[in-house]
Design a protein around this ligand. Structure first.
Ligand SMILES: Cc1ncc(COP(=O)(O)O)c(C=O)c1O
Length: 385
């Protein structure tokens, strides 16, 4: 029997300790933080309920099932042959990246990222005494391109030890092609820069495009990288704090894993492991249907905003964000944020939090029922008419 998920269902999340719904007043539609408004897949809910009803919630051992489930997803969805032994639990991708940064670089070393970028990348670099180098993505027409020359300059610096790749890219939604990844990977090999590949948005790619795990491109890249995955975005289970990193190179793997293990409070939790495994073992149908649903929401946003002066949706092929270029509204970022919350009544992420290259932009989360996207667009059209 093939399962169908109802992504049109509107779920009332107020009063459920939701971070997304706790920041803005009730008359503002929250479309900011990266959790979706969709229910998790029914098999995940059923597996959790069944386990919870047993009533005893003791410590758990390292889950071999989690390693197999993570490796299995990479193989069946992206054709990457991952040995389950390369997979290790981490409570979140950001926690994993922090452990990797501490394991594979020293205070004072450089970390290259591509900008605009997801704010925790710069935070984790700053908070650990590393020096962040921003390889600026170049807005060309309605999409972003990579400045490879600048990337190479940054990798050439002998203090550069790590590159944090975000693919698909948050916030621009850029899905890297094999050619782009190969070029980036070769530059990193040339200058002995290790790649940390945050692939948390890997399932959220539009039709006609393909997510390529960086490490799957060739053995050299596989040996020179640590990859990160989490079912949280796709299956809306971020509250369970259960992710994984994958490292084929035992030196890199053991170094990162040592940091995870040495922080004794970082341990698996029963619910997270159940959600992770059930989603990756049994919920392909949900990931497939979600990608189609998001693509339709994105098309609706792009089509509607075409006729709105001063605001442009940057075209994206991945993630569930729309990166809105609002520079045509001639407002400072503070004015823009205030205008959207107080007048338009929409809670987006401020572009400036993604670094200086995000100034004048807003990030809109479209992982919600179509009716919510329609309401949001209606508010924009009316406010800017
Ligand atoms: C690119 C990226 N990496 C990591 C995260 C957070 O992941 P986690 O909750 O597993 O730390 C997010 C969430 O928005 C994200 O967009």
């Amino acid at each position: 029997m093939s399962l169908v998920h109802d992504f049109d269902e509107v779920v009332n999340r107020r009063g459920t300790d939701s971070k997304k719904y706790s920041v803005y007043p009730e008359d503002v539609i929250p479309m900011w933080i990266a959790d979706s408004d969709f229910k998790a897949p029914q098999p995940v809910v059923d597996a959790l309920v069944a386990r919870m009803q047993q009533g005893v919630y003791g410590y758990t051992p390292i889950s071999e099932r989690l390693k197999k489930a993570g490796a299995g997803w990479q193989k069946k969805r992206f054709g990457w042959d991952v040995n389950p032994e390369w997979v290790e639990f981490v409570p979140g991708v950001i926690t994993g990246l922090i452990c990797a940064v501490r394991a594979l670089s020293q205070p004072g070393d450089n970390i290259v990222i591509q900008s605009p970028c997801y704010p925790p990348f710069s935070d984790l670099s700053d908070h650990n005494g590393r020096h962040l180098l921003r390889n600026k993505l170049v807005l060309t027409g309605d999409h972003y391109e990579i400045d490879f020359e600048d990337f190479e300059e940054k990798c050439k610096d002998p203090r550069t030890k790590l590159f944090i790749l975000c693919n698909p890219q948050n916030p621009t939604g850029h899905v890297f092609t094999k050619e782009e990844l190969t070029k980036l990977g070769n530059i990193c090999m040339k200058y002995h820069v290790i790649v940390l590949a945050d692939e948390i948005h890997q399932d959220l790619v539009s039709s006609g495009h393909k997510h390529i795990p960086f490490a799957s491109i060739c053995e050299e890249f596989e040996q020179n990288s640590v990859s990160f995955m989490n079912p949280s975005k796709t299956f809306n289970v971020p509250g369970f704090r259960t992710a994984a990193f994958i490292a084929a190179n035992p030196v890199l793997k053991n170094a990162v894993h040592d940091i995870v293990v040495n922080n004794k409070q970082i341990g698996e939790n029963i619910c997270g492991t159940i959600a992770f495994c059930t989603a990756y073992e049994a919920c392909d149908y949900y990931a497939d249907q979600l990608a189609v649903y998001i693509e339709k929401n994105r098309a609706l946003v792009e089509e509607t905003l075409k006729d709105v002066k001063g605001i442009k949706a940057i075209h994206a092929d991945g993630t569930y964000f729309v990166w809105l270029d609002c520079r045509g509204l001639n407002m400072s970022q503070d004015e823009l944020n205030k205008f959207f919350v107080e007048t338009v009544k929409l809670g987006f992420n401020s572009g400036k939090t993604f670094g200086p290259d995000g100034d004048g932009f807003l990030r809109m989360n479209i992982a919600c029922p179509k009716s919510t996207v329609e309401q949001a667009l209606d508010r924009i059209v009316k406010a800017l008419a």
